[in-house]
Design a protein around this ligand. Structure first.
Ligand SMILES: C=C1C[C@]23C[C@@]1(O)CC[C@H]2[C@@]12CC[C@H](O)[C@@](C)(C(=O)O1)[C@H]2[C@@H]3C(=O)O
Ligand SMILES: O=C(O)CCC(=O)C(=O)O
Ligand SMILES: [Fe+2]
Length: 328
């Protein structure tokens, strides 16, 4: 997962929850214009599966504009927002996350980044708001696509992945199955005694997720030792498979315990539905080192949508061990 910071470099790690320990591994802040950025990105994907970026080239006023438009949408009366729901999976949703019974303290809109497949529900989102919302969303999605491809190309270069643009092409092509999610975690009237789940623990199934949030804390990531650490403001599922386990999928969640609302916007860069996902041969020297079998993105996505948020979903990619090896 990539977290978008404002263009200036600053250390944005503020640990607001005293019950949550500060990260023993500092979350890397990578300057995308740095000559060494590709090495730092690969290191972060291998160690944590999570990093923050500065000098990403996204106009700060576009971030502000989209945040303002999204806030206007969520401030509308409930009956109007619900005209753009229920999510199937696109559209407006409240409290229910996905089709498997998961619940959270949030409302959201999930928008398809593929304009040709835009559903009438997502069109309704924009009909009920000003056209400036749609314009901001379109420009933002283009920027996120550019940034996600930029990061993937740096990974390709650092790992000498062939052919050129093997990963970024999956996102660049028109059939790419990418989406944008805008989450709104409403403020609480009283600060509750304990945190509530805003978005339960999970890993994102796509190639790479780019997250941007307002100044309200809540996001936590899970470290290798199982401890949760806060990430102020602030690699995903199948990139783990394609790198044969070299890149980590960061487990994350959102807890809500403040009087301020949290707004986050996440671009999930996904491949075309028919794309075959498997470890890239240039990264697997011997056949017996191959950790995962091949599935199409469509097969994996259907599997994800049948599962609960906290389930370990990458398991379907794992090769079955012969019975005489399964207990060793
Ligand atoms: C419970 C679910 C919600 C989710 C689909 C799933 O069955 C499991 C993965 C969830 C997730 C997490 C990342 C993204 O927010 C998301 C849109 C995705 O692609 O996978 C959501 C799905 C959702 O909210 O519908
Ligand atoms: O709202 C956030 O900060 C993260 C939400 C998230 O993980 C998701 O939508 O997949
Ligand atoms: Fe997520």
């Amino acid at each position: 997962m990539v977290v978008l910071l404002q263009p200036v470099t600053f250390n944005s790690d503020v640990y607001v929850n005293p019950k949550c320990k500060p990260s023993p591994v500092p979350v890397p802040v990578i300057d995308l214009t740095d000559a060494d950025a590709k090495t730092q990105i690969v290191k972060a994907c291998e160690e944590l599966g999570f990093f923050k970026v500065v000098n990403h080239g996204v106009r700060p006023d576009l971030l502000t504009q989209l945040e303002e438009e999204a806030n206007k949408f969520f401030a509308m009366p409930q009956y109007l927002k619900e005209k753009a729901g229920p999510p199937d999976p696109f559209g407006y949703g409240s409290k229910r996350i996905g089709p498997s019974g998961d619940m959270g303290w949030l409302e959201y809109i999930l928008l398809n980044a593929n304009h040709h497949l835009s559903s009438t529900k997502t069109t309704a989102v924009f009909q009920q708001t000003h056209a400036t919302f749609r314009e901001a969303v379109e420009e933002y999605m283009d920027e996120m696509k550019r940034m996600a491809c930029n990061v993937l190309e740096m990974v390709e270069e650092e790992l000498s992945i062939e052919p050129k643009e093997k990963l970024s092409k999956l996102v660049k092509v028109e059939e790419s199955d990418s989406c944008l999610r805008v989450n709104h975690y409403p403020e609480k009237e009283e600060t509750p005694a304990k945190e509530e789940i805003g978005f339960g623990e999970h890993t994102d199934p796509q190639l790479i997720s780019v997250l941007r949030s307002n100044d309200t804390e809540g996001l936590q990531i899970c470290l290798k030792d199982g401890s949760w650490v806060n990430c102020w403001r602030y690699s995903s599922g199948i990139l783990s498979v394609m790198t044969n386990g070299r890149f980590k999928s960061v487990k994350h969640r959102v807890l809500t315990n403040t009087k301020r609302s949290r707004l986050s916007m996440i671009y999930f860069a996904g491949p075309p539905l028919t794309e075959k996902i498997a470890p890239m041969s240039c990264l697997v020297l011997k056949q017996e080192d191959r950790l995962y079998k091949e599935l199409t993105w469509s097969q994996y996505k259907s599997h994800c949508y049948k599962s609960k948020l906290g389930d370990y979903r990458l398991g379907v990619f794992e090769e079955q061990l012969p019975f005489y090896m399964s207990n060793v």
